[in-house]
Structures are given as structure tokens and as C-alpha cells.
Design a protein around this ligand. Sequence first.
Ligand code: SAH
Ligand code: SF4
Ligand code: F3S
Length: 483
Amino acid sequence: MMRLYIETVGCQMNVLDSELVVASLKRQGYELARAADQADTILFNTCSVRQHAEDKVYSALGKLKRTKQDFPDKIVGVLGCMAQKDQQRVFDRAPYVDLVVGPGQLHRVPELIEEARRGAGRQLAVSLGRREGAVEAVRRSHESFDPLRDPEMRPTPFQAYLRIQVGCDKFCAYCVVPMTRGPEQGRHPDAIVAEARTLADQGCLEIVLLGQTVNSYRYGTGPATVRLAHLLERLHAIDGIRRLKFVTGFPKDMTRELLEAVRDLPKVSPYLHVPLQSGSDPVLERMKRGYTVDDYRSMMERIRDTLPDAAVSSDFIVGFCGETEDDFERTKECVRAFRFKNSFIFKYSERSGTKAAERFPDDVPDGIKQRRNNELLEIQNAISEEDNVRLLGRTFDVLVEGPSKTARKKGEEGPDIQMTGRTHCDRIVVFDGETRQAGRILPITIYDASAHTLFGILDIPDPTPQVYSLLQGRSRGDEERCG
Ligand code: SAH
Ligand code: SF4
Ligand code: F3S
């Protein structure tokens, strides 16, 4: 039996890609190892979005040099966005790497490992660059492979990611993703629905639809074009699925039609992740985001009109080229005004090959980026906490994911341990419960809150299995839809 260890960094796309790679290798007889030193195949699924993500992988690879000297038969592979971006340079920096495989070529991993093991030397499989061929050829080289799924790799057994779109065509000036993931392509809706059915049959209650700009999803042309709203309707009809989420949204494509679908389809979470990136028009312009702060404000109004209780979250880049103190003040104002559920804040990291790297110097010193990052985070945290405190005393349906990190660290099991789950709006809730509650949607009443966590108690302290099933089937009013 071959043993495989895989380490994943980056976004949910990568988590899903790792699931698919593991599924394809298990078919070849591999099993998962808990640590790199117990494995004969070690894979890194990598991210290039910021320098830090790349440094982490190169440093982990550095540590494997000795291992490869001592155990030359071990196979080391670099997969994902950094493989696509750096290609041959991965071998130059870490000559003992056996395979480098871009995200559009992952279906070839089993075959490439075989080749390397047979002594055929280094294996490089990457997709075409955006200008390296005819449009169709570039597209095809980035198509991801058939959905072989592996439940063991999921966030939990009842939650799964489902890709509905690959690539990105927005070309934000700072971003490598359009290069590493190739052209935007919507998957065939029938394939998506079929995969969702399989997931539902496997016991998935929650499906998170993935795309870099998931709400730009389209399939087909003309009046027959299928959009995300139509897709949500079809997925909503699948028995067994209880919750549907989609990430990441692009502000300009958050249409009224889509928001109305979210409103009218109760399984669709009233949770929208739509990054603003900056609160200053000149910065947005240099970033080539294609909208102004006013456009974003109109989108927020659309959201509040249609879905008054929706939770909206955002991403921000601080210290982008030429960002002044005044630009940053505007970003702060937006964070205060829009009251996001949470924001992911990143220091700008220059990426070679992007428009920003070509056109603008990375001129904000790291110390200033760090300060702006801290300041923005502090404002966001205060808002998150204030809004969470408003939820005290309310009862929400929580999809219980399992023991919380603290409980897991202590190796606890059984009754009265801290369990964690999420509301329909994606808020994290912890409560004292028991392991067998994982995978159930239970009513939890909130008694305390911090910026990132709601603390609750189960509505009924120790319900019998019969009561559980009653609770699960209970239809709840509008008030509990969100939280
Ligand atoms: N497709 C998604 C996510 C892209 S990457 C979207 O468009 O929202 C996730 C986040 O990383 C981005 O939203 C952005 O905030 C951040 N990011 C992307 N490139 C970056 C860079 N060069 N430096 C710092 N942060 C970056
Ligand atoms: Fe990158 Fe912009 Fe595409 Fe998001 S929308 S992946 S930030 S280019
Ligand atoms: Fe990173 Fe690639 Fe995702 S660059 S953020 S792993 S699409």
C-alpha cells in the first residue's frame, strides 16, 4: 500500500483540488498518511496569491532536501498555482522535486507519479499561458478533470465544495489568478446538478459553490444563457441539501435577479462574500476593479433592499501602489459604513507578471502596510463584535460541524464538550454539546458574543433522538433565516 501526504495552502479551490487529487490516487491504491515522514509520496498544493504563501512552500521544500537524500525513492510533487506560475523554476530552486503540476493538469498526477517512480525523471505538466495559443486551446488546457470525490478530505462529512466555474477574466491589476487558473469557464449546469445529487446522496447537507467570481457564472449564449440564479433554483430542488452558499462574489455581478433568487430560495444562505478591496476610487481604478465606491454602495443598497438580514463580508488590500493616507482613510470610512460581518485584510504583495508589477512601483513601506492592516482590522473587529452582541437572546439554526478546535486539541469526546457550527449567515457558534450532534441542524440560543464567535446553548438540553428528528423537520420563521 502506497502512502500519500498532501499539504494544502491557498483558497477553497485548492482545498477542493486536493480532495480530487486524493480521490484519484486512492483509486490507484494509495492511502492517506498523517505526516510527511510516514509517506512515500509528498505533495504540496500551492498558492501564488501573495509572496508569503510561496515562501511557506519553498521553505517546506527546503526541509525535504535531507529527506530526499536519505530516502531517494520518496516522490515529492508541487501542484497548484505556484506550479503553474513558476514552472521549471520550481526544479531550479528545489532540484529534488519530482513533479510540478499546474491546477489545470491535476488529472495527470497519478500518471506523472508513476513516470517519476519508474525513473523517467522530472515531470512538468502545466497549462498554456494566456497568450500561448488559440483561445480554445488555452481554455482546454485549463479544464479541470472529472469530479472524483473523496469524502475523507472534506471540511466535514456533511459539507462539500462544488466548483461551478474555473479561471478568471477580470484581470485585477494586482492578481495572479487569471494567469494561474486561466480563462473563466462555466461548467455545464447538468454536470453541476449531477455532482450535487451525488454529494447529497453521500449525506452532504451544505454545498458551497466555488468560482473566483462565482456570480459571473454563465453557461451558453443568447437567451438560453444559464446564470447563477437559475443554477441555484435547480440545486435548491435537490432533496437532502439543506444549505447552499456561493463564494466569491464580484460586486458588479451582484444583480437584483440573483439577490431575489437568494431571497426566494430558503436553502440559499443569506451570506454574501463580495470583496471591495479599497474604499478609494483612484486606487480602485489603478487596481482595475471596474467599479467605483458609489457602484459598490448601490450594490449594498440592493442587498439591503432585497435581503435586509444578509451578512456581507469583504476582502481588502492595504498598501497597494500609491495608496495615500487619504485613500486609506476612505477605506476605513467604507468599513465603518458598510458594517461587514467580517473582512479579510491583506498587505499588498507585488506579483511578477501582473499589470500592477509592470506599471506601478510597490511604494508603500511594509511598516505602513502593517499599520494600516492593524488599524483596519481593529475597526472591523469592533463592528463585528457590536453586530454580534445585537444577536444575544436570539435562536438560530446551527449546522453543527464537530468539536471545536480547543476540544479537538485536548482530544476530548462525548458529552459536554465544546462543539462548533455555523448559522445560515455563516456566523460561527460554539456551544456545549456532544460529538453525536455533528451533522445536525439544531436551534441554539445565543448568550454571549465576541468579534468572531457567538456562544450559545442548545434550545433543549439533552434531547432524545426522537426530539432531534422533530427539531430537524421544524420549519422556522423568517427571523431565524439569518443570524
Ligand atoms: N477571486 C476572488 C479572490 C481572489 S484572491 C475575488 O476576486 O475576490 C483572495 C484575495 O486575496 C483577494 O480578494 C485580494 O483581497 C487578495 N489578493 C489578491 N492578490 C493580492 C496581492 N497581490 N497582494 C495582496 N493581496 C492580494
Ligand atoms: Fe483576482 Fe480579480 Fe479575478 Fe478575483 S476577480 S481572482 S482578485 S483577478
Ligand atoms: Fe491562491 Fe490559486 Fe487560490 S493563487 S488564492 S490557490 S486560485
